[in-house]
Design a protein around this ligand. Structure first.
Ligand SMILES: [Zn+2]
Length: 337
């Protein structure tokens, strides 16, 4: 590959990261993108850098044979699952790992009972699920390798997200979008119309946020369909996905509509459902708050889906504790430079 070809490829990887973020297929620094350079190397997005900040020179040129890399930043910790795709499929040149909402929910439960046409299967290059492993571990890499080894190019990573192997960027992106469409129509719990929020409801939300913002100026409502529906259940939501466990922790409570209750909850966590109104989230900065909104909506989608299917699926308490601890450490390390 010539130097100018590699430059083009770098541009393509960086652009794809931003497109994944724009289309809500990833949040914050989750997910990653890679492109094959030659038979021994691929370019991959770096670890822990936001897609908006990532420049072409930040990408790591990774060599799986000896796990070495060139570039100023460490490759993504999920490089192993990308390496698995390039190793197994000779015709694969582009790999994306997403944390897309409906595919993640379907990966928690019911992927093997989905209504999916033969044509859709073909477009996805085959669909399969990989068993759970903690992010960045050999267990996860082995599970994803086993899933790709079945010949499936689109893999749901249980309790985590999806990884898609394709011949080109366009094909990878099309597969991610199609996967989301298929999973969305198969998800339980979104039947029927949701009542529009009336003035009364908005007033309540404004009143609560006015009080909360005095102490937590970055606090915001997230009141998408999923979080509003879940908040009506008045239950504790237990983490079913890795990214919630990392950024929020093991559970999200539901409080009553008294602003003091919401304030009390936010003194211990960054996200809380408020009965019938959605959820209030508060990150360390605006980007953080935006990511929390996506995570809370996704967690609510998963919770509604499994509840309506009558199954209980949750991550282990110790795994949640560990992931949350590591995430907080990583975050504060970055804040301190
Ligand atoms: Zn991931």
């Amino acid at each position: 590959m010539s130097a100018s070809d590699e430059k083009e490829l770098r541009k393509l990887v960086v652009e794809t990261g931003r497109e994944l973020l724009r289309d809500g297929l990833v949040a914050r620094t989750w997910g990653n993108v890679s492109a094959r350079v030659d038979k021994d190397h691929f370019l991959i997005t770096p670890s822990g850098l936001s897609y908006l900040q990532t420049k072409e020179e930040d990408l790591a040129l990774y060599q799986p044979s000896d796990k070495s890399y060139q570039g100023p930043r460490k490759p993504s910790s999920e490089k192993g699952i990308h390496a698995a795709a390039y190793e197994i499929f000779e015709d694969v040149n582009f790999v994306i790992h997403t944390h897309q909402t409906f595919a993640s929910a379907q990966g928690v439960w019911g992927w093997d009972q989905m209504d999916i046409s033969e044509e859709e299967q073909k477009k996805l290059g085959g669909l399969c699920a990989a068993e759970y492993g903690l992010p960045g571990t050999c267990t996860l890499k082995k599970a994803v390798t086993a899933a790709f080894a079945t010949g499936a190019h689109t893999v749901l990573m249980k309790h985590h997200g999806a990884v898609i192997a394709a011949a080109s960027k366009e094909e990878a992106f099309e597969r991610a979008v199609l996967l989301e469409e298929i999973c969305k129509r198969n998800i339980c719990g979104f039947e029927g119309e949701l009542e529009e929020a009336g003035d009364d409801l908005t007033e309540k939300q404004v009143k609560i946020l006015d009080v909360v913002k005095k102490k937590y100026p970055l606090a915001q409502w997230t009141d998408g369909e999923a979080s509003r529906r879940w908040s009506l259940e008045n239950k504790v939501l237990t983490a079913q996905l890795d990214d919630m466990a990392q950024m929020i922790g093991k559970t999200i409570d539901t409080t009553g509509v008294d602003p003091e209750e919401v304030l009390q909850a936010l003194s211990e966590t960054n996200s809380v459902f408020v009965n019938g109104l959605g959820a209030v989230v508060c990150g360390n900065d605006e980007e953080d708050t935006d990511a929390l909104k996506i995570l809370v909506e996704k967690a609510a989608t998963c919770a509604l889906h499994t509840m309506n299917c009558g199954v209980k699926k949750k991550l282990g308490a110790f795994d949640c504790f560990l992931m949350h601890l590591i995430y907080q450490k990583k975050y504060s390390a970055k804040k301190n430079g």
